[in-house]
Design a protein around this ligand. Structure first.
Ligand SMILES: Nc1ncnc2c1ncn2[C@@H]1O[C@H](COP(=O)(O)OP(=O)(O)OP(=O)(O)O)[C@@H](O)[C@H]1O
Length: 320
């Protein structure tokens, strides 16, 4: 299924601008991104971060203003034409009067070669509702139908734009269960999401996008520690707490020290060093090291919240 000699995705110095009433909207402002075959990558970012534009570039639905997009070693259009890349987009053409199976059969008839219809229905957990009219399907079921359609050409790369938007928790879980099975087959999956938990739970790598740029890229725990460092908490003898807080605040690797009774909580870039001091020179008890939440990391890195974020792309050429 794979072309190991090429990365699945190579974006080099990509920019994309759109003309807008208030001037040029710079939706993507210089993204370099390489995604290896078999990776499951979340593009996580607030509204207007440039996620959809980036996915559109991968799918050849739009071309970059500058820079180069390579997909599976060729152009996006070549990959789409060969059925090597497929997408589940937020909206898009389902015929309401057809049943689920009829929809899959219709789209299958447009491919010279495709995966058997019953196979994709099963993989998208649609077999039980294959006879249901599309107009009677829930939003989650319609997304699973779009997913089934994306599986028909047996793509190497699946691109999903907020595939679970509007789904309840159970529907979201069912959707990702189906996606997990596809990823386990070695398919590369790139998806955009506002949901931190979704990125954290499902992706092996998170690319945090804000204002048309990549602001962090790595496993969720790396992103957390980049943004926040870690927290070391411990209990100390009451007479030691005050001087210990002063001593720790003086260290360059310490961001913050909070005192609550005999408990000290230290936010630091070097939790090992702080734990060592607490244990060896301050005789601390109950030492705990934790990483911050991804939610806080997101706030620190992008300056906005993931689901209600208001990071706006820069405009230029407008009278300020
Ligand atoms: N065709 C277009 N014409 C003008 N501006 C556009 C166009 N497409 C996108 N934009 C603008 O570019 C910016 C980035 O949009 P994009 O849809 O890529 O962000 P996003 O991260 O996917 O946001 P959301 O999470 O809200 O879908 C936004 O300010 C958007 O309004």
């Amino acid at each position: 299924m794979t072309s190991p000699q090429h990365p699945a995705v190579e974006l080099t110095a990509i920019t994309k601008s759109f003309p807008g009433r208030a001037g040029t909207v710079r939706a993507v402002r210089g993204i370099d991104l390489t995604i290896a075959t078999g990776e499951v990558v979340a593009l996580l970012g607030p509204n207007g971060a440039g996620k959809t534009t980036t996915l559109d570039l991968l799918l050849g639905l739009t071309t970059p203003t500058s820079g180069e997009v390579r997909v599976l070693g060729g152009s996006p259009r070549e990959a789409v034409r060969a059925g090597r890349i497929a997408a589940v987009l937020q909206t898009g053409g389902l015929l309401r009067d057809l049943t689920v199976r009829e929809t899959v059969e219709l789209v299958a008839s447009t491919y010279a070669v495709h995966v058997p219809v019953e196979d994709v229905l099963r993989r998208a957990s649609l077999t039980a509702i294959a006879g249901r009219r599309v107009s009677l399907c829930s939003g989650g079921e319609q997304q699973r139908l779009r997913f089934a359609l994306a599986l028909l050409p047996d793509p190497e790369l699946l691109v999903l734009d907020e595939p679970t938007a509007g789904m309840d928790v159970a529907a979201r879980r069912a959707f990702w269960d189906a996606m997990h099975a596809e990823a386990a087959q070695g398919r590369t999956v790139v998806f955009a999401t506002h949901y931190l938990e979704e990125a954290d739970d499902f992706a092996s790598r998170i690319v945090l996008v804000a204002g048309g740029r990549v602001v962090a890229d790595g496993p969720a725990d790396v992103i957390r520690s980049t943004a926040l460092g870690r927290t070391v908490a411990a209990r100390l003898a009451p007479e030691v707490v005050g001087p210990a807080a002063t001593e720790l605040r003086a260290l360059a690797v310490v961001h913050d020290v909070r005192v609550d009774g005999d408990r000290l909580t230290v936010t630091t870039a070097d939790s090992d060093a702080v734990a060592r001091i607490l244990l060896t020179t301050l005789d601390a008890r109950d030492v705990e090291i934790t990483t911050g939440s991804l939610e806080s990391a997101f706030l620190t890195l992008t300056g906005s919240t993931p689901s209600t974020g208001s990071t706006t792309p820069a405009t230029e050429g407008a009278a300020a």
